[in-house]
Design a protein around this ligand. Sequence first.
Ligand SMILES: Nc1ncnc2c1ncn2[C@@H]1O[C@H](COP(=O)(O)OP(=O)(O)OP(=O)(O)O)[C@@H](O)[C@H]1O
Ligand SMILES: [Mg+2]
Length: 245
Amino acid sequence: MQIITANNVSKRFGSELVLNGIDLSLQAGEILGILGPSGAGKTTLVRCILGTLPLDNGEIAIQDTQMPNLRMMDKIGYMAQQDALYEDLTGLQNLVFFARLKGMKKRAATEQAHVLMRLVELDRDENKKVVNYSGGMKRRLSLTAALIGDPDIIVLDEPTVGIDPLLRELFWAEFKRLQGLGRAIIVTTHVMDEAEKCDRLILLRGGSIIENGSPEELKAKTTQGTLEAAFIESARRSNKGGDAA
Ligand SMILES: Nc1ncnc2c1ncn2[C@@H]1O[C@H](COP(=O)(O)OP(=O)(O)OP(=O)(O)O)[C@@H](O)[C@H]1O
Ligand SMILES: [Mg+2]
């Protein structure tokens, strides 16, 4: 089932064309990875998909509903690149608050919040104020905020930055489990071994998609057969085309 469809999406900030005619689609049970150098437009694309940034051109539909649409927000879990947490509340209070925003009853919210805090190994710190959390602890809490309420669509903007390798494994095991349950997942990353775990990748550069395919397809196009090479060689090719940032 098609969950997200984007057609010819363009976005400007002032005179800068940050997204240039982006097409993409995402099915239920699929993990889409968005790769690209810093400033390529990954976060902007994600925010356009969520409907938190207005488009200059093109259209985005989620489950056949034209975006932006506030009603769809209950179906989407979003982990922003920058943590958006209430520092004066405890971790658990933050999570219950986000659950309540999604319309969950207090008891169900609290129950699921405990489960998620355990999942990211924050259960022992759940009653600590977030102002006293480390960077990685805030990232972990932000992930739980994206997962609470069991959304159909999960959008994660660099979810594993500042996360140690063991927890990163744990995050990915969870993403794979959710995928198996039919959730559609979008993840932006700079980490090539994470990109390997996606079903499909788009390589963004200067606001355009310069490569699109499965990790295997992208690797097969390179001389070295690695995603790292796919990333670098496609950037070189697009430079030669003269349209790169
Ligand atoms: N709110 C904004 N106002 C003006 N320009 C913006 C805004 N948000 C992003 N940009 C510009 O859009 C371009 C793409 O930014 P974006 O944050 O989407 O990149 P990114 O691929 O997510 O980078 P990174 O990997 O560093 O997170 C950059 O040139 C950035 O300066
Ligand atoms: Mg970004």
